[in-house]
Design a protein around this ligand. Structure first.
Ligand code: ACO
Length: 332
């Protein structure tokens, strides 16, 4: 049987930075409130003409180059995004594949909001273990600034733009293999976090200006409570299911939505500060891109070493959630 291994990671953040002080000029908020309630100090914002696929391509180039795998050998591309280049078609994954010159590959997007990266990890694992694919490029990429309402202080302070990518490859070495991925969803909570316009569920008759606005709306406080409860349970479940103690985790990489959520889940698991990866202060919430961008931080600053065990944990619109136990298994 083939196993699936995480070979490499890459990420990209646009140059432009939007600070809390700048947001305080736009809505009734303050650096103090945002820092205290979320831990966020700044977020990166894509240029007007910079698309989700442009950012995905930059992250993917790094992941491919670091994987040691030839781009001709990539046979599938999956992109997790809620801010695709085009809402109906073509998929952002096909655009990224074309921009990278990958030729004939299977390519598609999935929509699982902030849990997107864990979902595409589970897809890559399943395709590789079934023998259908050998080298899969997975990308979380978001231009959330395009779907953020900058008059709503409850949401606009949270979100940023960016992309992260990874190459997942077949291996026959069990010690290199992704150990487990759990994914879940409960549509009963759909209204906590949604972009209510622009689709066939929209109350509007046609795709006019108002109907096509896909701004995110969120019941923040309710979402917060469900997030802490669900994330904690999810992580406990995956550790127990695999008989792994939290001390064995080298890097706990939660979705970067809010420092208080990360702290509550980390504390519930008795994680030491040194185990928990936090990037929310500089990137904000980049939804499907947040986990690979956070893994990339510890890769680039030299903290992530070959063979170390990552615990991933995510939560987002849908509602969706997921967790994963993943050894870092570069070829070199
Ligand atoms: N600046 C100042 N005051 C604010 C701001 C702001 N930016 N936003 C809200 N407030 C006010 C509210 O109006 C409210 O005032 P009131 O008491 O007079 O009514 C007060 O602050 C408290 O509001 P809450 O919503 O209760 O604040 P909370 O502490 O819950 O923080 C936040 C809000 C940061 C949004 C938090 O609820 C949160 O992080 N929620 C979870 C987000 C999340 O994880 N989402 C899922 C992933 S996202 C995805 O899938 C795309």
């Amino acid at each position: 049987m083939a196993y699936a291994a995480l070979r490499s990671i890459g990420a990209y953040a646009p140059d432009k930075i939007l600070t809390n002080d700048e947001l305080a000029q736009m809505v009734d908020t303050s650096d103090e409130w945002i820092t205290k309630r979320t831990g966020i100090k700044e977020r990166h914002i894509a240029a007007q003409d910079e698309t989700t696929s442009d950012m995905g391509v930059e992250a993917a180039k790094k992941a491919i180059q670091r994987s040691g795998i030839k781009k001709e050998d990539i046979d599938m591309v999956v992109c997790a995004t809620i801010s695709p280049d085009y809402f109906c078609m073509p998929s952002t994954a096909t655009i990224i594949s074309n921009k990278l010159g990958l030729g004939n590959v299977t390519a598609f997007d999935i929509s699982a909001a902030c849990t997107g990266f864990v979902y595409i990890l589970s897809i890559a694992k399943a395709f590789i273990e079934s023998g259908m694919k050998k080298n899969i490029l997975i990308i979380g990429a978001e231009k959330l600034s395009a779907i953020t309402d900058y008059t709503d202080r409850g949401t606009c302070i949270l979100f940023g733009d960016g992309a992260g990518a990874a190459v997942i490859s077949a291996t026959d070495k069990k010690e290199e293999a992704i150990i487990d991925v759990h994914t879940g969803a409960d549509g009963a909570y759909a209204d906590l976090l949604m972009s209510p316009n622009g689709g066939t569920g929209s109350p509007h008759d046609s795709l006019d200006q108002e109907a096509s606005s896909c701004f995110m709306q969120m019941k923040g406080n309710e979402t917060f409570k469900v997030a802490v409860r669900t994330l904690t349970k999810d992580v406990v479940d995956i550790l127990q299911a695999n008989n792994i103690q939290s001390e064995a985790i080298n890097h706990f990489v939660p979705h970067q939505a809010n420092y208080r959520i990360i702290k509550a889940v980390g504390d519930a698991l008795n994680m030491k500060e040194s185990q928990v990866v936090i990037t929310v202060e500089k990137f904000g919430n980049t939804s499907g891109a947040s986990i690979p961008m956070a893994i990339n931080e510890i890769y680039e600053n030299g903290t992530l070493k070959k063979g170390e065990l990552l615990l991933l944990d995510a939560f987002g619109g849908g509602l969706t959630w997921g967790s994963a136990l993943v050894p870092f298994s570069p070829l070199e």
